[in-house]
Design a protein around this ligand. Sequence first.
Ligand code: 5GP
Ligand code: MN
Length: 315
Amino acid sequence: MHQKPDPDAMGSSLALAGVLRQLGHQVTVISPTNWPDFLKWMPGNKAVIDYEASPEKANAALNEAEWLFCLDFNALHRTKHMGARLASLDCVKILVDHHEQPEVAAFDYGISDVSKSSTSEMIYDFIVDSGNEAIINKDIASCLYAGIIGDTGSFRFPATSFRVHEMVASLKKKGLQHSIVHEQLYDNFLEDRLRFIGHVLLHRMEVFYEYNAALIAIPKSDLLKFNVRTGDTEGLVNYPLSIQGIKLAGLVIDRDEERKWSFRSKGNVDVNTFARKYFNGGGHFNASGGRSAESLQATVQLFKKAIKENASQLQ
Ligand code: 5GP
Ligand code: MN
């Protein structure tokens, strides 16, 4: 899975691992970095190896691997420090992902299908199409459902096809308790995080009505003041899009190693290209990310310049 995994990355990986184990395979699930507490309820979570925290353990598993499934990312650099190690492995590498512009040469088999709502939907199709639907149990269903609601914004984004709803119907038949999954993902934070969001919306958000765009820029001091933890900033980028007329939202956070960007858009505003062109990033048409080695101030200036340059698309 990709670094700082989200519900889709972790959910699709644990679901695939669960199925492969039932088919008699020996499976190790590795995350390139740590992951938020709101994913720790997932069945199988305890056995996931954090590559940054336990590189020896992860490398021992990688040394023995015959097949490597790469889920929810399509370029090896999305696995941070693990990228070089994965490139050097000569096992069979299988890509299952739904982002734009895959690094095709890095994989032996697989697909990056941008029409799919989530990698979890693709893993579900893979399980069913390989004749193993009977293996899906309540645990696997919970992991897949978490990935689906994470990546579809609980069924609101355009990629939510009728097939997604059919899949959820079949997961319900397997015993899925959907409201418990929602609570685990979205009602599982500390008070600090809610105070942090209030502070950020009041003091760190700028709206550029002439470009139908908005920006949230978070300095490191805010992260320290509110004890912000991995996952606490997830979803923050969506708030500005709830303002009438806003079509593009940018969120930049001053992390130790880099300034990390998230972009979200509505309709025909292409933030995949936007992130690639200005912020060394990429992702989907309406949801992308990027990064900058420059200061927070400098990268914010670049954002302002970029929206001006893209005025015709935004207006
Ligand atoms: P998020 O804003 O949730 O971190 O990321 C939004 C989407 O863009 C996700 O699908 C994620 O995989 C992708 N993404 C985030 N950061 C980067 C990046 O630096 N490079 C690329 N290529 N994709 C990214
Ligand atoms: Mn995904």
